[in-house]
Design a protein around this ligand. Structure first.
Ligand code: FES
Length: 184
């Protein structure tokens, strides 16, 4: 495969054709926050936390779904990117019921770690506090819609790793839900 050369945070790095910016970033040990990306699954570009700035492009690009190109100049950290990332996490926290003090994964939570990383000690948006169902009826599997951030990693793992595709996303925007067996 032909090699590409690009610049990331002022460093010249090489990549193979077909790789995404995120893959190049990870191969070069650069830390970039992600949420919906999970290695081994198809990238979805849903959460936008992995946004980077690419010289010549007005809008930030999601690194997990943007192919690396020859001569690209990429910035992974800037005041604008920090502002956007903080805003994304705040909106996720406001959208459902993330109450760490009563959460079983308190201390082992990616969303909580991201909030700490971005220095989020309060949320500037009104909490929606939706009443959402919790299904803990199965011995090994629970579904708590109040804490779901719609990363859809479970949907893709179920489809691409397990081959079952029994999970899916239904609805749009704030009304989106993970459903099982077409919500039957
Ligand atoms: Fe790239 Fe979510 S990790 S959009």
């Amino acid at each position: 495969m032909p090699a590409l050369t690009l610049t990331i945070d002022g460093r010249l790095v090489s990549s193979r054709a077909g790789e995404t910016i995120l893959q190049v970033i990870r191969e070069n040990g650069i830390d970039l926050p992600t949420l919906c990306y999970l290695e081994g699954l198809t990238a979805r570009g849903g959460c936008r936390l992995c946004m980077v700035e690419v010289a010549g492009r007005e809008k930030p690009q999601a690194a997990c779904v943007t192919p690396a190109e020859e001569g690209m100049v990429v910035t992974t950290d800037s005041e604008r990117l920090q502002r956007y990332r903080r805003q994304i996490v705040e909106l996720l926290l406001a959208e459902r019921n993330h109450i760490c003090s009563v959460c079983v994964v308190n201390g082992h939570c990616e969303l909580q770690s991201l909030a700490a990383r971005f220095g989020i000690d309060h949320v500037r948006y009104p909490y929606l506090s939706p009443r959402l169902p919790l299904d803990a009826s199965h011995r090994r599997f629970g579904m708590d819609h109040g804490r779901c951030v719609l990363c859809a990693r479970c949907v893709r793992a179920c489809d691409e790793v397990e081959g079952a595709h029994t999970l899916d996303l239904q609805g749009r925007g704030v009304r989106s839900r993970i459903v099982i067996d077409l919500n039957e």
